[in-house]
Design a protein. Structure first.
Length: 192
């Protein structure tokens, strides 16, 4: 186990993050444009697929699939997969905690605030801190967004819609990364 103080580790991580940002900022304008267009196209394709599947499956609010696809789409498939795992775990924890909080006291802001905080703390305790904000977002959607029907159906429906968006983003990013690898491995002399 690492015995270094957390303050030192956070300082080192912050330094590494700033160095990485500097590398990205020094990229030529054309490289940043290509990266931005690629990510925009992937996000649009994932969102469109997620929304379309949501409509086909008659989910209550298909736009959640589109929003989730946009939120998890990253430049690489590995990063998208990591973001997706955080999203699924965060949504599952948030939905579970929100169901409990909703049954304890419906339409009570104090219970919502406590439930949201618990969802973030649980994610950190389970060593998945990145899922904390996503968990809190799910708690907020389930407990504060007006809806008809029991809270548990809202929680499960949102989890389903999120899953559709994640699957869409993963598929699109996987295809995009395969195409990029094919393009990178192409012999420059073979292009006519």
């Amino acid at each position: 186990m690492n015995e270094r103080p957390i303050r030192e580790l956070r300082r080192e991580l912050g330094s590494f993050h700033r160095q990485l940002q500097d590398v990205y900022q020094r990229l030529p304008w054309s490289h940043r444009l290509v990266n931005g267009l690629s990510l925009a196209l992937q996000a649009l394709a994932g969102a469109s697929l997620g929304y379309g599947l949501g409509l086909l499956l008659h989910t209550q609010q298909a736009f959640w699939g589109a929003l989730t696809a946009i939120a998890v789409t990253q430049q690489s498939y590995i990063d998208t997969r990591k973001s997706s795992i955080d999203q699924v775990i965060g949504a599952a924890i948030g939905a579970s905690i929100a169901i409990i909080g909703s049954y304890l006291a419906q339409d009570n802001y104090l219970v919502y605030a406590i439930t949201m905080a618990i969802s973030i703390v649980l994610c950190w305790l389970f060593n998945i801190g990145n899922a904390g904000k996503l968990s809190a977002t799910t708690v907020t959607i389930v407990m504060l967004v007006p809806h008809n029907g029991p809270f548990w159906t809202i929680a499960l429906t949102r989890l389903g819609e999120v899953t559709i968006g994640i699957g869409s983003a993963l598929l699109v990013t996987w295809i995009a990364n395969r195409l990029e690898k094919l393009w990178q491995n192409q012999d420059p002399g073979s292009v006519s």
